[in-house]
Design a protein around this ligand. Structure first.
Ligand SMILES: [Zn+2]
Length: 369
C-alpha cells in the first residue's frame, strides 16, 4: 500500500480554524459552531451527516447497512473558557504549535480529516465504512452523548479514539481508569461557639472526618485513588458550622474496585449522629480495562508504526475518555490523535515534527484492521 503524504500546511490552517473558534463545554452554542465546521468538512467528502439529540454529530462515510463499521470517537468541546485566546493565542515555536484545545483534541480531528480526504481521493474506505461521532460534552462527562456512543459501539467492529497520544511521547492508550465524582452534603446544627458549643453539631468536623476516612479507601497497588479536592462550609468563625460540602474525585482501574469505593462512600456516616450526610454523584465513566482485544489492535498499530519508521508504546492512563464507554462493548484503542503535551494546561501544544507520522499511522490502521 502507498502511504499518504499529509499536507502539514493545510492541516495547520485547519487547526487554526478550529482552535480560533472557542468551544468551552459549558456553552453548547459555541461548541455547535465547531461541530458545524466539522460537519461541513464531512459533507465536502460526501458523508451522510446527522445531528443526534443533545448536540452530537454523526458522520457516516460509506457505511453499508447490516455491516459492522469502524467507529471513530471525537469531541468538539474544550476545557478552555471564552476569552482564553486573548492571553493564549495560537503560536508556533520551533516544532511546537501552541493553542487552547490544539492537543485535546482539535489536532486529532484535523488529522482524521486529512486521513478521510486521502481515503476519498483513493476511493478506498475501511471495510463496512467509517462512522465518526463528534460529542459536545466529553470534558464534562459526556452526559448528552454517552447513549449515542454506546449505541454506535454495538454495531462497531472496532473503535478508535482520536484523543492525543500520551503526553510528550508516541505512546497510545490501551486502558483508562474509570472516573467518579461524589458530593457529600453535610447538615449539622448551628450554635454560638463561645456560649453554647455543646448545643451545636459541627458539619465541618464531620467533613474533616470524611476527608480522612474516604481518602483512606485509596489503594495504590490496585490503581485506586480517592481525593477530596474541594471543601466548603460554615458561616462564621464563632458559629458551630451547620453546613459543609465536600467534593471527592475517584479513579479506579477495575470494575471491582469501582464497586468497592462506591459502596463505601455511600455507607459512610460521621461520628456525630446529629450531623446528616447526603451523597450525590457516582462513577460517571466505567474503567476501560486493558483487554486482549485492545492489545490486538495495539499490536497492529505497533507493526504499522515500525513499518513507517517509528516506535510506539502503550500505557494505561488515569484520565477518562469516551473510550471508557466503548471498551466493554467493542475492541477499543485510544490515543490516535495529534502528539504533543499540556492538555488542560497553559503550555498545551502539538508537535509539528511528529504529527505526520501519527496521521499516516491512523490512515494505515483504519484500512488494515
Ligand atoms: Zn479530550
Amino acid at each position: 500500500m502507498t502511504d499518504m503524504e499529509p499536507d502539514l500546511n493545510a492541516m495547520q490552517a485547519d487547526l487554526r480554524t478550529l482552535v480560533e473558534t472557542e468551544s468551552p463545554s459549558s456553552d453548547p452554542t459555541a461548541v455547535a459552531r465547531v461541530t458545524a465546521i466539522i460537519e461541513d468538512w464531512a459533507r465536502d467528502l460526501g458523508a451522510a451527516v446527522h445531528a443526534l439529540p443533545g448536540g452530537t454529530a454523526e458522520l457516516s462515510f460509506g457505511v453499508q447497512e447490516g455491516q459492522k463499521y469502524l467507529l471513530i470517537l471525537a469531541h468538539a468541546d474544550t476545557v478552555w473558557p471564552h476569552g482564553t485566546l486573548a492571553h493564549m493565542p495560537m503560536n508556533e515555536h520551533g516544532a511546537r504549535l501552541y493553542g487552547p484545545g490544539s492537543y485535546d483534541m482539535k489536532g486529532g480531528i484535523v488529522g482524521l480529516f486529512e486521513v478521510l480526504r486521502a481515503m476519498r481521493r483513493d476511493e478506498r474506505w475501511p471495510t463496512g465504512g467509517v462512522k465518526v461521532l463528534v460529542s459536545p460534552d466529553e470534558e464534562i462527562g459526556s452526559g448528552s452523548s454517552r447513549g449515542h456512543i454506546e449505541a454506535a459501539a454495538q454495531q462497531a467492529r472496532a473503535v478508535l479514539v482520536i484523543e492525543p497520544p500520551v503526553a510528550d511521547s508516541h505512546n497510545l492508550k490501551t486502558g483508562r481508569k474509570g472516573t467518579g465524582n461524589y458530593v457529600l452534603t453535610l447538615s449539622g446544627v448551628a450554635s454560638h461557639a463561645g456560649n453554647r458549643p455543646e448545643l451545636g453539631a459541627s458539619a465541618i468536623s464531620a467533613a474533616a472526618e470524611a476527608v480522612l476516612a474516604l481518602e483512606a479507601l485509596a489503594d495504590h497497588a490496585k490503581g485506586t485513588t480517592v481525593s477530596a479536592g474541594l471543601i466548603q462550609g460554615g458561616s462564621a468563625a464563632n458559629v458551630i458550622a451547620a453546613s459543609a460540602r465536600l467534593e471527592v474525585d475517584v479513579r479506579v482501574a477495575t470494575v471491582t474496585e469501582g464497586e468497592r469505593i462506591d459502596h463505601a462512600i455511600r455507607a459512610w456516616k460521621p461520628g456525630n449522629e446529629r450531623v446528616r450526610v447526603e451523597v450525590s454523584g457516582g462513577l460517571n465513566r466505567p474503567p476501560f480495562e486493558e483487554s486482549a482485544a485492545t492489545m490486538q489492535l495495539f499490536a497492529t498499530a505497533q507493526q504499522i508504526a515500525a513499518d513507517l519508521g517509528f516506535q510506539i508504546g502503550h500505557e494505561v492512563v488515569g484520565g477518562g475518555s469516551d473510550g471508557n464507554f466503548t471498551a466493554p462493548l467493542a475492541p477499543t484503542l485510544d490515543g490516535l490523535g495529534a502528539p504533543g503535551d499540556g492538555a488542560h494546561a497553559s503550555h498545551e501544544h502539538i508537535r509539528l515534527d511528529r504529527w505526520a507520522d501519527h496521521v499516516r499511522l491512523l490512515h494505515r490502521l483504519m484500512l488494515e484492521i
